[in-house]
Design a protein around this ligand. Structure first.
Ligand code: NAD
Ligand SMILES: O=C(O)C1=N[C@H](C(=O)O)CCC1
Length: 247
């Protein structure tokens, strides 16, 4: 029998952290050894081999720097990762070979497929816009998932030599056309009752294609989180997304 992986959770009292603690606790091959939230160490047993971070964009970089310095691998679901932040993490990891960090804007398997399908569709349509919808206690907009999707669409269009999207509209009020992320319009909706949802709307003459994903419950993220926890230490350095774990 192989030893279980010792896991610590940062943001353990949060919406995602609570769910991650339950999922780790229920997994026979994982041991929940630390639950940490806002300076509180709720409990801490043996040293963690993998930390899972679901905190906030304001604190995640400090957590990451600390964990990497301690030689602990980290699975990060917290959003707010710009290219500059990713570069900073690569820099810290360069000084600690053997340490792994996996950052994923969305651990939902359906969400991952929605992003993949959007990347495939991108070059076949003149227009693409993203509508992301979340619960109103979310800190950030646009969502990490929508920004990642926009990047994938932009890359696919650039590789195909697609022309700029048609848009003759003059914005009468700031924000009416959403935020531009890599040339793709992203519209952020926040409403009570929602969890995490995204539509990618493609259009060409005479037709539209809508690719939609709904996370109706935070349990939807757990298979992806556990997959990352089980595999992160096999991927030294920085990995973005869980795609490579699903192929
Ligand atoms: N990647 C994904 O699949 C995915 C899914 C859902 C949410 N998220 C992201 O995860 C993050 C957290 O979301 P949430 O809804 O759980 O938020 P939340 O506000 O419910 O939870 C965050 C928790 O982190 C704690 N915290 C703050 N600073 C801390 C620190 N320095 N150390 C330890 N804990 C600290 C807070 O007290 C809080 O309990 C957000 O960035 C969100 O966008 C990602
Ligand atoms: O609830 C949140 O906050 C979520 N954040 C991620 C994002 O910003 O994309 C993933 C979905 C849930």
């Amino acid at each position: 029998m192989t030893d279980s992986i010792r896991v610590g959770v940062l943001g353990a009292r949060g919406r995602m952290g609570l769910e991650v603690c339950k999922a780790v606790d229920a997994a026979g091959d994982l041991e929940l050894v630390a639950m940490i939230d806002q300076g509180d160490e709720l409990f801490s047993g043996a040293d963690a081999q993998v930390l899972v971070d679901f905190t906030s964009p304001d604190v995640v970089m400090d957590n990451l720097r600390w964990a990497i310095e301690q030689g602990i691998s980290v699975v990060v679901g917290t959003t707010g990762f710009t290219e500059e932040r990713l570069e900073q993490v690569r820099g810290w990891l360069a000084a600690r070979p053997g340490v792994s960090v996996l950052i994923a804007p969305n651990f939902g398997i359906g969400a991952l497929l929605m992003m993949r399908f959007s990347a495939i569709a991108a070059k076949y349509f003149e227009s693409a816009e993203i509508i992301e919808q979340h619960h109103p206690r979310k800190f950030d907009a646009p969502s990490g998932t929508s920004q990642h999707t926009a990047r994938l669409i932009a890359e696919a269009r650039a590789a195909a030599g697609s022309p700029p999207m048609p848009d003759a509209t003059k914005e009468e009020l700031d924000g009416a056309r959403g935020a531009l992320v890599d040339g793709v319009r992203v519209h952020s909706v926040r409403a009570a009752g929602l969890v995490a949802h995204q539509e990618v709307l493609f259009g060409s003459a005479g037709e539209t294609l809508t690719i939609r994903h709904d996370s109706l419950d935070r349990v939807s993220f757990m298979p992806g989180v556990l997959l990352a926890v089980r595999n992160v230490r096999k991927l030294p350095g920085l990995t973005v997304g869980i795609d490579s774990l699903l192929d």
